[in-house]
Design a protein around this ligand. Structure first.
Ligand code: FAD
Length: 393
């Protein structure tokens, strides 16, 4: 029969890989995509939804065309384990799916105990909103229901984590909403990191658009020593207890649990060979996106999509002998600070024996004029349309 590829996770990495393998192999490869959700809400632009710049529906995508137009077997279930000797993936609903090559792109899970007082059972009270969907709508509703002059606290994550500028774009969007609806409200960030992505750009923007609303408490002032109490809605930042109205806890992160179950992790992440995204532990398994230790690349949807194309080409080459070109990657992370005030950072990458290395990079500058910032924002809208059709057809 035809060689079989199984892809676990229908997000930025997995959906792209499944689609490219099915599309470019002209039916020579049997592709199965395992993904529990029928609707994928992109984390990218979820902050814009919080800020009122997108509606939720515009961030929702389904797997219909991957099945109908590309002949991919879409299985809505959880993968619970991988038998690497038998080359099968076990499903939560029972049974297992055999593979010749397996691609894992399960995204992130949270490191237990990383924020004292918080665990997954508290996510309905203190949302992370770091997987999009109901978590995002909950956080948005909480922000809009804040009492006049209330307090929003974000517990920011330590490196490395999904979307380096994501927490700070979120702060910008929260400030945008509160400035309109609740201008005496306060925003506090407890941050364990010395510095963060596009910091100069965000701080310039916060000063300009949201003067006096945002206070960031970095590690020098105890921002790395934070605990929360979901019962009382209190946040303790290095001994100073704050009674908050909304607490957005973004915990430390690790590779999606299936990677650990498959025995592919080293520490919190999966080591891969950047020439093809193949696991360094198993030559029949490729791992993409946030779950990987991807060298200089940030954990972003753009990165996962870029890696998926490299892996798809390598997998097709291995199974059908099609030509394989040298791996090249790229990434851009756009962030919206205020209406029409967009910024970006990005780079091109190539693999070395050791890691995926940055070969050139660019970043928006402070003091840019409004026309340029608007053009940068508009570029991000074009990117969103492009990546989502690259993922879902
Ligand atoms: P995901 O896209 O998360 O896909 C993983 C999929 O795997 C999920 O659908 C999940 O249901 C499924 N899954 C997990 N475990 C299993 C299992 N055991 N069995 C079956 N399926 C499983 N990136 C950008 O490029 N630009 C942005 O502007 C941007 N903004 C962001 C803003 C926020 C607030 C956040 C949180 C993230 C943002 N990102 C952005 C990052 C981006 O969302 C991720 O980097 C990207 O989704 C990673 O792709 P992935 O394939 O690794 O994981």
């Amino acid at each position: 029969g035809r060689p079989r590829v199984v892809v676990v996770g229908g997000g930025a990495g997995g959906a792209t890989a499944a689609r490219y393998i099915a599309k470019d192999s002209n039916g020579e490869i049997d592709v199965t995509l395992i993904e529990p959700s029928r609707t994928y809400y992109t984390c990218f632009f979820s902050n814009l939804y919080i800020g009122g710049f997108r509606d939720l529906q515009s961030t929702a995508h389904d797997y219909g065309r991957l099945a109908s137009d590309y002949g991919i077997n879409v299985v809505h279930d959880w993968a619970t384990g991988v038998d690497r000797d038998a080359r099968t993936v076990a499903l939560a609903g029972g049974g297992s799916v055999p593979y010749d090559r397996l691609i894992l792109s399960p995204g992130i899970d949270f490191v237990a105990g990383s924020v004292a007082g918080w665990d997954l059972s508290a996510q309905g009270v203190m949302p992370h909103a770091y997987k999009a969907g109901t978590q995002t709508t909950l956080l948005k509703a909480q922000i809009e229901a804040m009492p006049e002059g209330g307090t929003f606290v974000m517990v920011a994550p330590p490196n490395p984590y999904r979307c380096p500028p994501g927490p700070y774009e979120r702060i910008s969007m929260v400030a945008h909403v509160l400035k309109e609806r609740n201008p005496t409200a306060k925003i506090i960030i407890a941050d364990p990191k010395e510095k963060f992505s596009k910091q100069g750009l965000f701080e310039e923007g916060w000063q300009k658009h949201y003067t006096g609303m945002i206070e960031r408490i970095g590690p020098d002032f105890g921002g790395g020593n934070t605990s929360v109490n979901p019962q009382t809605m209190e946040v303790d930042i290095d001994g100073e207890v704050i009674k908050a109205d909304v607490v957005n806890v973004i915990p430390a992160q690790k590779a999606g649990l299936i990677c650990e179950a498959a025995g592919l992790t080293e520490g919190n992440w999966v080591p891969v060979d950047g020439h093809s995204m193949v696991s360094r532990m198993d030559e029949n398994i490729y791992v993409l996106g946030d779950a990987t230790n991807q060298g200089d690349m940030p954990k972003s949807g753009f990165s996962a999509n870029s890696q998926a194309k490299v892996a798809a080409m390598a997998v097709r080459g291995a199974l059908t002998g099609s030509r394989v070109f040298p791996a090249k990657y790229s990434n851009t992370c756009w962030s919206l600070i205020a209406t029409d005030d967009g910024v970006k950072v990005g780079a091109a990458y190539e693999p070395t024996e050791e890691k995926i290395a940055s070969v050139s990079s660019f970043v928006s500058q402070t003091g840019e004029d409004a026309a340029m910032r608007k053009a940068t924002f508009e570029e991000s809208i074009g990117w969103y349309e492009g990546i989502t059709s690259d993922m879902f057809g």
